[in-house]
Design a protein around this ligand. Structure first.
Ligand code: G6P
Length: 639
């Protein structure tokens, strides 16, 4: 923000405060709407469908005959529901929110909605970068702040505009001119009992067109039980929403028509369907999910490049000289597997770099016009990955970009030149499972598509496709290990540390297995390339340390065997997940879990499943919240 716009007395305050970090929030959930019946139960139901994002407090505000009513509670939506039973609220227009704080304590006063002078209420997802400076200006105008959040400035800014007369729409349009950062917001005013105004700026927001009203939400899953018709807002769009109609204005204030899209998500996709947890359901959905990745994208031993990657893809792949994959979390680990495939001489034989988005974006990477930049993301909204995509687009417009993504109409699918949709279906459990295996199948198709332009033989392509087509069945076999792994969980659940080892393309599987264990069981688990054991982690191995090894039947197995002997020599407890063809010296400290026999090349897609199941059962045995592990969010939409 330009300090010269403020009186001199304020400039020093502004300079000082600008040095402070704004509050950071990760993936709050927003639902809002206007209905011809009481909107509150609809909004709370919708909010519950966003629970998967992780949150620490929840709140609701609505326009009632008494003015703005607002109720906020620390903790789960259930607590808010109970509060609503004690203080019933009925209104046609309202907004609800779940907040997930990383800075600024989780507390009732910091929970959304934030209300300005009992006139304006706001919910917000994102981060207002200049909130400290705005706070100083608003204080000068006698606005009082009752929270530590950046969001409260939005409520006061809108109020300041609104007090001057005019509509809620124009107040919001003027107020957002002052904001810097990322924000999706929904706003109500005490004088407009049948209107909400919503804005999208670098943080997702959709309009859901229902029979009895119009709604907004952070994503379609919140509204899927009331509609399958959605309008995806663009950055800078302001939507003026009423029960029977809505109008969208772009960032210049011009009225625009955004297309109505029909979502193929069903209410069943966002329900647990008889499973105890979403994660459990999603682990078991993997055979079907991987089949969907391949359906219509391979035929007669060939990848159908146009069908899979779009009609520009063949040309782009033909001019590609190197691949740079960028992702976060589980998506980063699928990229690490892909690197083994991409660089194999018999497959794509192409230089492939893999980076974590938050690292890559800040090390001034040199951009190359003939590098294919691949962005992998379940959600398509992860802030760091998205920022890298935009960096490439701005820094090297002639370079080509592709996203492998699970969410249609997400920011990444809109920004990337090519999109490969993984079609895994809604993934609700915070710990990613089916997104990972579908990304792997997609990445193998990309490897083959690139390989075709670089001398890979048609025979090789056909062989790999035959192996890929066996994967859904092999995944079903891997799922049969469920009972055996459940029996291991109680013993495992007593441990505080675990070491995961793998070699070759099973090394990233060891990393992913250890990530699953950390995320949901809270056991400190580390993944290592088995060959690195002697270079440090062996010092940790004693009778208390379970060591999990992923041992496919490939050329590296003998070397892995000697690593495992080193573990046993230190009395480490060994759990070997191995193909039935691997010969293992058994003793009482070694447990072998026999994995399905599967072609080595595609084995990582199958061998991750038992590790997911182990982590799941250990988390259940420890009584943890499997779907919403502490401190984690499904999708990290701010840096
Ligand atoms: C969060 C989630 C992880 C996910 C990562 C990347 O940390 O908890 O499960 O792997 O974000 O998310 P993305 O949607 O970009 O794959």
């Amino acid at each position: 923000m330009d300090g010269d716009r403020f009186p001199p007395s304020l400039r020093k305050v502004i300079t000082d405060v600008l040095k402070q970090q704004p509050e950071k929030k990760i993936m709050c959930g927003i639902v809002g709407g206007v209905s011809n019946t009481n909107v509150i139960p609809i909004l709370i139901d919708g909010l519950e469908r966003l629970e998967y994002r992780g949150y620490d407090s929840a709140g609701v505000a609505a326009v009632t005959p008494e003015g703005i009513s607002c109720l906020r509670r620390l903790g789960k939506i259930e607590v808010l529901r109970e509060a609503l039973e004690e203080n019933p609220m009925s209104a046609l227009a309202g907004i609800v929110h779940t907040r997930w704080a990383t800075h600024g304590k989780p507390s009732e006063k910091n929970a959304h909605p934030h209300v300005s002078q009992a006139a304006i209420a706001v919910v917000h997802n994102g981060i207002i970068e200049n909130h400290v400076a705005l706070r100083a200006v608003l204080r000068e105008k006698a606005y009082e702040f009752s929270s530590d959040t950046d969001t409260e400035v939005i409520a006061h800014l809108v109020n300041e505009q609104w007090k001057g007369g005019g509509s809620l729409l124009s107040a919001v349009q003027n107020a957002v001119q002052e904001l810097e950062g990322a924000y999706s917001i929904a706003v109500i005013s005490k004088n407009d009992p049948e209107n909400i105004v919503a804005v999208r700026m670098k943080s997702p927001l959709v309009i859901g067109i229902g029979k009895n009203g119009n709604f907004v939400a952070s994503d379609v899953s919140a509204l899927i039980s009331i509609t399958n018709q959605f309008v995806y807002l663009e950055d800078g769009d302001v939507a003026d929403i009423y029960q029977a109609h809505f109008v969208v204005y772009d960032k210049t204030g011009k009225k625009v028509e955004r297309p109505i899209k029909v979502s193929d998500l069903s209410p069943e996709d966002v329900s647990r369907g008889g499973f105890l947890h979403f994660m459990q359901k999603e682990i078991h959905e993997q055979p079907d999910a991987v089949s969907r990745v391949l359906d219509g994208r391979v035929k007669d031993g060939k990848v159908l490049i146009e069908e899979a990657f779009g009609n520009k893809a063949a040309k782009i792949f033909a001019r590609t000289e190197a691949v740079q994959i960028i992702a976060c979390g589980t998506s980063h680990y699928s990229s690490l597997v892909a690197r083994y495939w991409m660089e194999m001489e018999s497959l794509a034989d192409i230089p492939c770099h893999v980076d974590v988005a938050s690292e890559w974006r800040y090390r001034n990477p040199r951009l190359h016009s003939r590098t294919l930049y691949v962005f992998i993301s379940q959600s398509g909204e992860t802030a760091d990955t998205l920022a890298c995509l935009n960096m490439v687009k701005e820094g090297k417009p002639e370079a080509h970009t592709i996203t492998i993504c699970n969410v249609p109409e997400s920011s990444m699918t809109r920004e990337a030149e090519l999109t490969f949709l993984t079609k895994a279906g809604a993934e609700i459990g915070v710990a990613s499972t089916k997104a990972f295996t579908t990304q792997l199948a997609a990445l193998m198709l990309l490897t083959l598509a690139l390989g075709r332009t670089r001398g890979m033989t048609a025979k090789k392509e056909a062989e790999v496709i035959v192996s890929l087509l066996t994967v859904p069945e092999k995944l079903r076999e891997a799922l049969l290990l469920d009972g055996e792994l459940r029996l291991l969980a109680p013993g495992f659940g007593k441990k505080e540390h675990a070491l995961y080892l793998g070699r070759g393309s099973e090394y990233p599987i060891a990393l992913e297995g250890s990530l699953k264990m950390k995320e949901i069981s809270y056991i400190h688990a580390e993944g290592y390339p088995a060959g690195e054991l002697k270079h440090g982690p062996l010092a940790l191995v004693n009778e208390e340390m379970p060591v999990i090894a992923v041992a496919p039947n490939d050329v590296l197995v003998e070397k892995l065997q000697s690593n495992l002997k080193e573990v046993r020599a230190r009395n480490g407890q060994l759990f070997i997940f191995a193909s039935p063809d691997v010969k293992i010296d058994l003793d009482e400290g070694t447990t072998v879990i026999a994995l399905p026999r599967v072609d080595e090349l595609v084995a990582p897609i199958v061998y991750v499943v038992p590790l997911q199941l182990l982590a799941y059962h250990v988390a259940v045995a420890r009584g943890n919240n499997v779907d919403q592990p502490r401190n984690l969010a499904k999708s990290v939409t701010v840096e």
